[in-house]
Write a protein that binds this ligand. Structure first.
Ligand code: FES
Length: 371
């Protein structure tokens, strides 16, 4: 466990002030909490201070304590407990938090730390010579299935090898960290099995339909099962609690399971189906792997890794991508955390050309060969 103390006095600024924009954000934030519960805003306020200055200064802690009318020690406790808060200046372009807990250690976290020592600085929290990079060891980040992994600011990079870690460091050092895909660095969708799903492989719509059909066919059995699952029925897993990753992946999993449980107790089948389908709204229609899948890598912006991810979603043919409407593009964009890249690279136009006439049509449309 890392020892977490405030930085030396000589690096601490004398005062802290939110920028105008952040101050008005903070004021608005406080209204999210009931009267008398404003202390609950301590984490978002500290995080905003860190985003503003790059780290959490002693002055910022004092400022937040004053704003929230909290004893200083309470805010100090929060800031020093969570490793998300940096208590000293860190790399401007990347601060790499290497998970050093058992599963990651067993899967090579030591080698990842060696890369950081070699490429950044021998000791944790030491800045690289140009001040762009720093690193530290942290405890489990909750992505053990994809060990070893690191966090860089708010994103995780998983299934790492020393070579891949070096590439990621290169990208951040060059100011191109935005272009590094987050999550697994191998052909794996989130934390699904390597090589694709082994269960729940039917298209989501079909699964929902099957589920409802089963319910309709066996109402008595469903009712009977309800008491045994009472606690689950009372506290269904809310989509928001699962997080974006699970929600996206579980077009299949837990979200639906939870929704179904609720349905057993009180919601009519139609309502349950609507909830189930809402989780998948915009998800492109999947197909089974055809004998001759298209080479999706011909679409500029799709590399081998992305092709694997798309295949994992049941996307194998240009004609599938060519049919994507706004909803599908937004769903996939969000799923891949692309921030609009699908539209920027115009995957649909590219796929239309490739589906219509292969490379020849692509050259006709774009005046160049596909990548
Ligand atoms: S042990 Fe590394 S993420 Fe859990």
């Amino acid at each position: 466990m890392s020892v977490r103390r405030l930085a030396e006095d000589q690096v601490q600024p004398d005062s802290f002030k939110y920028t105008r924009e952040n101050a008005s954000w903070a004021k608005k934030k406080l209204k999210d909490y009931p009267k008398g519960r404003q202390a609950s805003a301590v984490i978002p306020l500290l995080m905003r201070a860190q985003e503003q200055d790059g780290w959490v200064t002693k002055a910022a802690i004092e400022h937040v304590a004053k704003m929230l009318d909290m004893p200083l020690i309470r805010v100090l406790e929060v800031a020093t407990f969570y490793t998300q808060f940096q208590l000293a200046p860190v790399g401007k372009r990347a601060h790499i938090q290497v998970c050093g807990t058992t599963p990651c250690m067993l899967r090579g976290a030591g080698d990842i730390m060696d890369v950081c020592k070699k490429r950044i600085a021998p000791a944790p929290f030491e800045l690289s010579e140009d001040g762009n990079l720093s690193w530290e060891e942290v405890e489990c980040q909750g992505a053990c299935v994809n060990a070893p992994m690191v966090m860089i600011f708010k994103d995780s990079y998983e299934d790492l090898t020393p070579e891949r870690m070096e590439e990621i460091i290169d990208a951040f050092d060059a100011g191109k960290g935005e272009g590094v895909p987050v999550g697994p660095q191998i052909d794996r969708v989130f934390s699904a099995p390597i090589g694709g799903l082994t269960s729940l492989t039917e298209a989501p719509g079909k699964r929902a339909a099957n589920g409802n059909a089963r319910k309709a066919a066996k109402p008595a059995a469903a009712k009977k099962a309800a008491p045994a699952k009472k606690s689950a029925v009372k506290k269904p897993v809310a989509k928001g609690n699962i997080g974006a990753r699970a929600a996206a992946l579980a077009g299949a999993g837990t979200v639906k399971a939870a929704t179904k449980k609720t349905a057993v107790k009180k919601a009519p089948a139609k309502k349950a189906a609507a909830k189930v389908n809402a989780a998948d709204k915009g998800r492109p229609v999947a197909m089974k792997k055809p004998k001759a899948p298209d080479d999706l890598k011909l679409i500029s912006g799709v590399g081998p890794k992305l092709e694997g991810v798309l295949n994992g979603l049941g996307i194998y043919k240009f004609e599938q991508v060519a049919k994507w409407k706004k909803a599908e593009r937004e769903w996939v964009d969000g799923y891949l955390k692309f921030k609009g890249r699908i539209d920027r690279d115009d995957w649909v136009k590219q796929a239309k050309a490739l589906a219509k006439g292969g490379e020849a049509e692509y050259i006709k449309v774009f005046g160049k060969k596909p990548r």
